[in-house]
Design a protein around this ligand. Structure first.
Ligand SMILES: Nc1ncnc2c1ncn2[C@@H]1O[C@H](COP(=O)(O)OP(=O)(O)O)[C@@H](O)[C@H]1O
Ligand SMILES: [Mg+2]
Length: 401
């Protein structure tokens, strides 16, 4: 088929989507399923703000795709509807700390919050004291209860430490006209354990946990979204269940489930199909996983890339499922360092790099005991053969091998 024919066919064929944006991550659904309990908890804690009493700070946590961002925003919007109707002095500011240039420094974050309160602070240049002064003034002038949501607060602390959170939770002693409450949201369930105990106790005056969804809950979420996003009859029997099963395999991640379906419909469209079947879901899963892995690999430091390259080379020389040991990886890695003029990391450090790749889900590394010879790691590849080849060639280019 010529490109002209393909494009002609494409515009003549009806889209399988009714409204594709409904499956994109920025879409705000009008109903939040299976989160009644969390919504109730949030509402109970935040309700005093409608009587101009400062609500407790809240720490919200759970794995990615468990509906934290959605549920918190949904509840705050409901709260604001009433506040606006009744003329209650209440406001909320939502900040996603993962976004670049917003929360990479204390200065930037305070400037960003101030901007939401209508006070602009130049992007650089002012002394920190001055920035805080403008910020306090902005808050006081509101004469309101102000709820500041710091989403992905774990990323913030990773970048700039926890002192800022400490300052924010202490801010009310400096304020006369307004009161501030903080809602911190974290995808990292262990995050709070690493905080300074004082910071932890003031941030988590209340805690709300978001458990992972089970496969049936994910199915409900998918069905609802698909009924708005995709034309009737496009989704074949069993497709939603399979998607949900994939998404629930590691932990119930609604974001991943929605992405799986969206990419599957795109694949079906590209093939000129009028339906998506289980096959497109498999292909979608493969494509998403491939993109994810390639994304991670290309952004790793060179030393890390070389460790992974060594693992993949060794895997290629072994029979399937035959494990690779840290010692072998290190020997090959050191060889390759010599060839590429890189200074080798210590074996201990390489061992850490290996466990990081394990955490990222690129390989499987299991610590095994070798009796009195100590411990080693047994590494297995989890990506498939064709992806391995692709990764190897990406790494060869990146490392000029
Ligand atoms: N209970 C739910 N009902 C409807 N959609 C949901 C639900 N939970 C999550 N989603 C959707 O799944 C995606 C991920 O949710 P999000 O709130 O961003 O998760 P988190 O912040 O926990 O990582 C979003 O597109 C969201 O709209
Ligand atoms: Mg989120």
């Amino acid at each position: 088929m010529s490109i002209g024919e393909f494009l002609e066919n494409f515009i003549r064929k009806e889209s399988l989507f009714k409204n594709k944006t409904v499956l994109q991550s920025a879409y705000f659904p009008d109903e939040v399923l299976h989160r009644e309990e969390q919504i109730n908890q949030l509402a109970k804690i935040l309700a005093p703000s409608l009587r101009s009493e400062r609500p407790s700070n809240i720490f919200v946590y759970g794995k990615t795709g468990t509906g934290k961002t959605l549920t918190v925003q949904y509840t705050l919007k409901e709260l604001m509807k009433i506040a606006q109707r009744e003329n209650i002095p209440l406001k909320y500011v939502y900040i996603n700390c993962k976004l670049k240039k917003i929360a990479d420094t204390e200065y930037r974050l305070i400037a960003e919050i101030s901007r939401h309160l209508g006070k602009s602070i130049p992007p650089t240049g002012l002394p920190t004291d001055e920035v805080y002064n403008i910020f306090y003034k902005a808050i006081n002038q509101e004469r309101k209860i102000i709820i500041i949501v710091l989403d992905e607060i774990d990323q913030l602390v990773k970048k700039i430490g926890d002192e800022l959170i400490y300052n924010l939770t202490r801010i009310n002693t400096e304020l006369k006209e307004s009161q501030v409450s903080i809602i911190g949201i974290s995808n990292d369930v262990m995050f709070a354990d690493d905080l300074d105990p004082r910071v932890k106790s003031s941030l988590s005056e209340e805690e709300i946990i978001f458990p992972s969804y089970n496969a049936l809950q994910i199915q409900d979420i998918l069905k609802k979204r698909c009924s708005e996003a995709v034309k009737d009859g496009v989704i074949e029997e069993g497709v939603i269940a399979k998607c949900a099963a994939y998404a629930a395999r590691e932990h119930g991640d609604a974001r991943r489930a929605l992405e799986l379906i969206r990419v599957a419909v795109e694949i079906a469209e590209r093939k000129g199909l009028s339906k998506i079947t289980l096959k497109e879901i498999d292909e979608s899963e493969e494509k998403i996983e491939k993109d994810r892995v390639i994304d991670i690999i290309t952004t790793q430091p060179k030393q890390f890339q070389l460790v992974l390259y060594s693992i993949l080379l060794l895997a290629g020389r072994k029979k399937a499922n035959e494990p690779i040991f840290t010692g072998d990886i290190y020997a090959l890695y050191k060889d390759l360092c010599l060839k590429t003029n890189m200074r080798p990391l210590t074996q201990r450090r390489v061992s850490d790099v290996i466990s990081e790749f394990d955490l990222l889900g690129i390989i499987n590394a299991r610590v095994i005991s070798k009796g009195r010879y100590g411990r080693t790691r047994e590494v297995n590849i989890i990506t498939n053969e064709s992806l391995n080849q692709k990764i190897i060639s990406i790494l060869e280019t990146a490392l000029s091998l």
